[in-house]
Design a protein. Structure first.
Length: 123
């Protein structure tokens, strides 16, 4: 039956492999998918770093508010830090923000006695 329709000849021709056009289309598809994947990964990593930086800054600012006694209306002078990583230590004085941190910061901070906080570079 296959000889009547000439299918045997078609199958023999396909046994040779892919055509140049098929290979080029496959290569273009892989290049497109790889480019899209790399772009998405890079954007995701950058976004995660920004979110981590903002989150840590919010935690440090909360620790400074606690050290100042803002919630209790006390307003103590805060221990100053100048462009350095803050090491979490629960045994520090009540006016030291390090007392209220659960982990050491990844970024350097400058904290003034009035509670002003500036985030610096990664430590």
């Amino acid at each position: 039956m296959m000889d009547k329709f000439g299918l045997k000849e078609i199958y023999k021709a396909r046994e040779r492999g892919f055509t140049l056009l098929e290979l080029l289309l496959l290569f273009a598809l892989f290049a497109f998918l790889a480019g899209a994947g790399i772009t998405a990964t890079v954007n995701g990593i950058g976004k995660g770093d920004r979110e981590a930086r903002v989150t840590e800054l919010n935690v440090v600012m909360a620790a400074v508010r606690e050290a100042r006694g803002d919630d209790a209306g006390i307003l103590r002078a805060v221990v100053e830090y100048e462009d350095r990583v803050i090491i979490a230590n629960g045994s520090m004085p009540v006016n030291d923000p390090a007392r209220y941190l659960s982990e050491t910061t990844r970024y350097k901070y400058t904290i003034m006695s009035d509670g002003t906080v500036e985030q610096g570079s990664k430590g």
